[in-house]
Ligand binder design. Structure first.
Ligand code: GTP
Ligand code: MG
Length: 242
């Protein structure tokens, strides 16, 4: 498949960044773009040190202004497209996504435009989640799929690889979700754009170090986004009929 550029958003991941970086760089065909939102714990400085340690393989985008997973990804994916890698990846930096799945994901790009590292292909493959968290995630996925019609089993997974042309076909300027709902919105847009979407099973391991950044505002956005996408989609469908 050629080279893979992994976009790695970070906010206070100082304890995890080094390990996830070396895990990804174990594969000779990978490079990393770290997108840090001015983490108070010094993740940004560590990222700069890693860029010096791995010249040509690690680069860093320091964002200022409002922070958010979606905002970080829009900037990071845009830079990744400008860079010219054949495949572009997305991963959490908290070691929940094991880099050793990257070959499986990239191989599946032979048949697909977008491949998702999925927790829900063989029951529920998560380690160290309390029951209520499993229930919430399972509910969230059913909720999103029922409202939007997305057929992917794991539509909130942040572990993804794209063919460059498929990602380039989606207008990042039009994406409205700023938080985690960004993941759902991108998936919906990919499906509407006719992308061939595949899933590869992964085992997701809950973070051991650092803290989750999921806020109430971000959760509210996640509840509303599927409705916004579905309603807009319906308006579009009516447009095309007339
Ligand atoms: N640049 C940037 N990265 C973010 C932001 N919010 C979250 N991230 C990163 O996005 C990834 C996923 O965030 P997490 O906090 O782990 O979210 P989660 O996996 O749903 O929650 P946990 O189960 O607690 O890990 C991690 O690499 C975070 O550092 C943000 O506002 N800006
Ligand atoms: Mg996490």
């Amino acid at each position: 498949m050629g080279t893979l550029l992994v976009v790695l958003p970070t906010y206070n991941e100082r304890q995890n960044l080094e390990r996830v970086t070396s895990g990804i760089l174990r594969y000779s065909w990978t490079r990393i773009l770290i997108v840090d939102d001015g983490s108070p714990d010094g993740t940004g400085q560590l990222a700069d040190e890693l860029a010096v340690r791995y010249p040509g393989r690690v680069s860093v985008l320091h964002r200022s202004g409002p922070r958010g997973l979606g905002l970080a990804y829009v900037d990071g994916l845009r830079e990744a497209l400008a860079d010219g890698a054949e495949a572009i990846g997305q991963m959490d930096a908290d070691l929940s996504h094991d880099p050793s799945y990257l070959p499986d994901l990239v191989n599946a790009l032979e048949q697909h435009d977008l491949v998702i590292g999925s927790r829900y292909l063989r029951g529920v493959s998560v380690v160290n989640w309390p029951l209520h968290r499993i229930a919430l995630s399972a509910f969230a996925n059913r909720y999103i799929r029922a409202i939007t019609g997305i057929e992917t089993q794991d539509c909130t997974s942040g572990f993804r690889v794209w063919r460059r042309e498929a990602l380039a076909g989606i207008s990042l300027d039009a994406v409205r979700a700023n938080g985690y709902a960004f993941l759902t919105e991108m998936l919906y847009r990919a499906a509407r754009a006719g992308c061939r979407i595949g899933e590869v099973p992964i085992i997701f391991v809950e973070r051991r170090e650092g803290h989750s950044k999921v806020s109430r505002r971000v959760l509210a956005e996640s509840l509303l986004t599927p409705w916004r996408l579905a309603l807009r989609g319906r308006i579009r469908r009516q447009d095309t009929r007339t």
